[in-house]
Design a protein around this ligand. Structure first.
Ligand SMILES: [Zn+2]
Length: 182
């Protein structure tokens, strides 16, 4: 009898604790990770978490020198902004948007850019170069959405771009150029 009682006791405990743990997990998810992390203005009133902003600015400058303009349409979003976008999406009034708490825009790590489609010069530049700055695509259906994920974004091998294609070698880097002082 006591064994059966113990089994029921354990089962009841698990039933009581499991929802609490799930609720705690959900609360953690709801809390934007950007809280406490400094947000920095990047462009047109849009902000990113400071490390992401610094990387974006370097990427923006690099693109600019190659004649490519990176225009931001969305950076950091508050929970309220994300909820508004999500509601619009749910009602069929706006583009796809993640549920509040599930978007890296709330952490200040995601940036939406004007890319057109995947055949544009801007998109091509990003696909070839963004990984060098820690940015990569994370949503298959959203070519405009790029996230700053420096730890899991692999830099290209020497002499290659982010797509693994060979880049033109820089003459100044060749041993011949180094030996010749003129
Ligand atoms: Zn986005």
């Amino acid at each position: 009898m006591s064994l059966a009682f113990l089994r029921w006791g354990v089962l009841i405990l698990v039933c009581l604790i499991a929802p609490l743990a799930t609720a705690a997990e959900a609360k953690k998810l709801r809390r934007p990770k950007a809280k406490g992390a400094k947000l920095v203005h990047v462009q047109r009133g849009e902000r990113l978490q400071h490390a992401a902003a610094a990387a974006f600015k370097r990427m923006h400058e690099s693109a600019r020198t190659e004649g490519v303009s990176l225009r931001v349409t969305s950076g950091y979003r508050s929970r309220q902004e994300q909820r508004w976008l999500y509601e619009r999406y749910r009602k069929g009034l706006g583009p796809q948007a993640a549920r509040p708490g599930r978007s890296n825009h709330q952490r200040g790590l995601a940036v939406d850019l004007v890319v057109g489609d995947v055949s544009t010069t801007t998109y091509e530049w990003l696909a070839s170069n963004a990984c060098r700055f820690g940015f990569r695509r994370t949503v298959a259906s959203e070519p405009w959405h790029w996230e700053y994920r420096p730890r899991t974004t692999r830099a290209p091998a020497k002499g290659q771009d982010c797509l693994g294609r060979d880049t033109t070698p820089d003459l100044q880097d060749t041993p011949l150029a180094k030996k010749d002082p003129s």
